[in-house]
Design a protein around this ligand. Structure first.
Ligand code: FAD
Length: 438
């Protein structure tokens, strides 16, 4: 199989060598490693583990900068099920930066604002984005379409499916060896681990398991093949220890979730009829429109997820890189979805890292470790406060104390909250990535 290195018409391959740490600039890079299985070792410059949002966005961002990579994904194909993700303007800036915003935009409705209701349907507050921030852009994007769009930007064979990373090892001569299920091995100069919330690579770096935060989400994608008129707003409905939301994705699809307190994550339930029943039970007497959306949801999009996060305490949390291996997206910073920022931040990570790698290749002045340190410093400042804020917002919204809920519904939401500060975190600028931009 071909080794994907630098795109031939772009930077010469010597540039990648100039960015490697000194100890790697010798012929050991190309030497075959010996291992017990005697299986052949495939040589790659950059291997990305995981073809989720972070992995594919990183591969696309690198490609736009003229740098090839190989993505290894444990599944047999791209994840085709699942629901939607709400992207705010920071997400759209990145999608534009990597050249897919224009393809995606027309497929999803532009959301104009937010409506907040109590469980009896009373409107507590309503916001129009244009009244507060003309630049806000929000759309709920189908995960399947996003992944396919990203993957379509990559050359054929850039993603190796059914390639589950089993083990990672740094040899005595500082080669990073990825051992895949089925006993194949890859020797990589740079490994970018985008392997999600249960990242084996993060575990290998010494990160703790993400912590369950005390509530779960059931979500789905309601389908109206003949179309149905929905207000182009996110509708949030708050109850006691339970909350729900729905948002039109396109003229025929509506994304919804129900979040509910649960002392433990509970058993893994995948039967959609049980999940639908559970969701309907939780919001039984809530506004009919919500119940209608849940009832209109095809089985294959209903999922239940116990929500988790991991706070990156300074000094306590390990750095997100070890040698030539670095973490991106949920693998580094699982966060609760209360601000709708997990995937947006994974996209931000992807472009920031890609740009730094490209700059170091262009100028040849930094080692891989330097590049990863600079990425970690820059991104930590953004990620840590967001993870904490998302957690606190969720904690407040999930409270079941009647006095607190009454305060929320009668004072906090109707009188105190302001849209500007609530969406402050969506301010993140990034220029389009291209070969001349670094
Ligand atoms: C209920 C809920 C709602 C959310 N809503 C939003 C939202 O509205 N907006 C938003 O921005 N974010 C949202 N998020 C967060 C978002 O889903 C994640 O942040 C995002 O999916 C992270 O992408 P990722 O690529 O880092 O990880 P993933 O999407 O998990 O991708 C990881 C990939 O790595 C692969 N992989 C794992 N292990 C291995 C291995 N050993 N070898 C090879 N491949 C491997 C997996 O198969 C997968 O393809 C939400 C999350 C939840 C739970």
């Amino acid at each position: 199989m071909a080794t994907l290195v630098i795109m031939p018409q772009k930077w010469p391959s010597r540039l990648i060598a100039s960015s490697l740490p000194k100890h790697r600039l010798n012929k050991s890079i190309c030497a075959s490693i010996k291992n017990n299985s005697k299986s052949e070792v495939r040589k790659e410059d950059i291997v990305i583990v995981g073809a989720g949002i972070a992995g594919l966005a990183t591969a696309v961002a690198l490609q736009r900068l003229g740098i090839g990579s190989l993505v290894v994904e444990q599944a047999e194909s791209l994840r085709t099920g699942g629901t939607s993700l709400t992207f705010s303007k920071n997400g759209w800036k990145i999608l534009d930066a990597i050249g897919v915003g224009t393809d995606l935009r027309p497929q999803f409705l532009q959301i104009q604002g937010i409506v907040m209701k109590s469980e009896d349907g009373r409107e507590l507050r309503s916001f129009n984005f244009k009244d507060e921030d003309q630049t806000q852009e929000m759309r709920a994007v189908e995960r399947r379409i996003l992944l396919e769009t990203l993957a379509n930007q990559l050359p054929t064979n850039a993603i190796s499916f059914s390639s589950k990373l089993k083990n990672i090892e740094i040899t005595d001569n500082n080669e990073t060896i990825l051992k895949l299920e089925g006993d194949s091995h890859i020797s990589a100069k740079i490994v970018i681990a985008c392997d999600g919330i249960r990242s084996p690579v993060a575990k290998w770096m010494g990160f703790s398991e993400p912590r369950y935060v005390g509530y779960c989400a059931i979500r789905g994608l309601g389908s109206y093949p003949n179309g149905k008129q929905f207000d182009p707003k996110v509708t949030y409905i708050y109850g006691r220890g339970v909350r729900a939301a729905y948002v039109p994705v396109s003229p025929t699809k509506v994304y919804w979730f129900v979040c509910f307190n649960s002392p433990s994550p509970g058993p893994k339930i995948t039967d959609p009829s049980i999940l639908r029943e559970e969701a309907v039970k939780l919001v039984k007497n809530w506004p009919k429109e919500l119940l209608n959306v849940i009832e209109s949801t095809p089985d294959d999009t209903i999922i239940r997820t116990p929500l988790v996060d991991r706070w990156l305490w300074p000094g306590l949390s390990p750095p997100p890189s070890k040698g030539n291996v670095v973490l991106v997206g949920d693998a580094w910073h699982p966060m609760t979805p209360n601000l709708g920022q997990g995937a947006c931040c994974a996209l931000e990570d992807a472009v920031v890292l890609a740009k730094k790698v490209a700059q170091s290749l262009k100028f040849g002045n930094l080692t891989v470790e330097d590049v990863f340190r600079s990425y970690a410093d820059e991104r930590w400042q953004r990620i840590f406060p967001l993870t904490v804020r998302a957690n606190l917002a969720g904690g407040l919204l999930q409270m079941d104390n009647s006095a607190v809920c009454s305060f929320r519904n009668n004072i906090l939401v109707p009188k105190l909250i302001r849209l500007g500060p609530m969406l402050e975190h969506t301010n993140f600028d990034f220029e389009p990535l291209n070969f001349d931009s670094v």
